[in-house]
Design a binder for this molecule. Structure first.
Ligand code: NAI
Length: 338
């Protein structure tokens, strides 16, 4: 097995070999930024996921401890840890899915774009590793600003000649999770019964909940629409302020990341009808990237659904979203091309 470290080396090896011989079906998943606020609960939840046979935890700090800890869970996935840039390639070799929550989070008063200068370089480095070691993996990009980091990843992959737009997905699932929760609260429903499409991007006004398309079909007063739109767009800031300088959403994000990763793995397995919102290369607007519902299959985002009928309020929101998105996308693209 690849250099890196694994607790209980021998038993782990036998477990891995057993699966390699055609035991439990499962996918190989790497988490980059696995020791962080999102990374740790994400690692915990992926260790529980029955679709995962091998889980690689990579970070530039603290992966020995996180790996030792997670590896004691009596679930199926074999866990291996990787520390620092010299182990990045081993962490990535042979992976089916790579989830990236690496990078700095917001503090009160910051926008996601304020993170660009640090996170753009981190995402670039990690994506270069993907081109070398697992160019066919599905990539779930969480690092902010997602509206710019997804275009950065696409440019890195294009440069290496490995770009497949279907396999690169920006994770906007937390916006959907929040929208489902807040809308259910207003409607007095169980959030598990509510489905709110959230399109556009993942920052401020680019987060566009389509309340006219909520399932089950529901109508809202203008006041409710204003309240819900504002709360969904600023849900991240609500958490940043409550955490008062110690970070941004990590636990709900880990939940959302696993919900999305699990959908990607079910798609890879060949399940039909797996549909979630994601920020992807998209033909639905004139912009090169846009978030909308996508159908996940064996090759990634196999079908991108159009936005559907929008009301006047949503059309106005769309115009605002597109303006900001265009600038964020351009910023990401030129970071690599310049
Ligand atoms: P954190 O600071 O707690 O953890 C980030 C981890 O990344 C740290 O363990 C750090 O060592 C690691 N890291 C830094 N440079 C690295 C590199 N070159 N290679 C590998 N790992 C590296 O931050 P947190 O709260 O986990 O957030 C991570 C990112 O996720 C932030 O950019 C944040 O803005 C974003 N985020 C995205 C959301 C979304 O909906 N897409 C929601 C919430 C956060």
């Amino acid at each position: 097995h690849p250099p890196g470290f694994q607790m209980g080396e021998n038993s782990g090896l036998r477990a891995a070999n057993c699966r390699a011989k055609g035991g439990a079906p499962g996918f190989k998943v790497a988490i980059l930024g696995a020791a962080g606020g999102i990374g740790q609960p994400l690692a915990l939840l992926m260790k529980i996921n029955p679709l995962v046979s091998v889980l690689h935890l990579y970070d530039v700090v603290n992966t020995p401890g996180v790996t030792a800890d997670i590896s004691h869970m009596d679930t199926g996935a074999v866990v291996r840890g990787f520390l620092g840039p010299q182990q990045l390639d081993n962490a990535l070799s042979g992976m089916d899915l790579v989830i990236i929550p690496a990078g700095v989070p917001r503090k009160p008063g910051m926008t996601r774009d304020d993170l660009f200068n640090i996170n753009a370089g981190i995402v670039k480095t990690l994506c270069e590793g993907i081109t070398r070691c697992c160019p066919n993996a599905i990539v779930n990009l969480i690092s902010n600003p997602v509206n710019s980091t997804v275009p950065i990843a696409a440019e890195v992959f294009k440069k290496a000649g490995t770009y497949d737009p279907k396999r690169l997905l920006g994770v906007t699932m937390l916006d959907v999770v929040r929208a489902n929760t807040f809308v259910a609260e207003v409607l007095g429903l169980d959030p598990r019964e509510v489905d709110v499409p959230v399109v556009g991007g993942h920052a401020g006004v680019t987060i566009l909940p389509l309340l006219s398309q909520v399932k089950p079909p529901s109508s809202f007063t203008p006041k409710e629409i204003d309240y819900l739109t504002d709360r969904i767009q600023n849900g991240g800031t609500e958490v940043v302020e409550a955490k008062a300088g110690t970070g941004s959403a990590t636990l709900s994000m880990a939940y959302a990341a696993v919900k999305f990763a699990d959908a990607c793995l079910r798609g890879l397995r060949g399940d039909s009808g797996v549909v979630e919102c994601a920020f992807v290369a998209s033909p639905v607007t004139e912009l090169p990237f846009f978030a909308s519902k996508v159908r996940l299959g064996r090759t990634g985002a196999e079908e991108i659904y159009p936005l559907g009928p929008l009301n006047e309020y949503e059309r106005a929101g769309l115009e605002k979203a597109k303006k900001e998105l265009a600038a964020s996308i351009e910023k990401g693209v030129s970071f690599i091309r310049k």
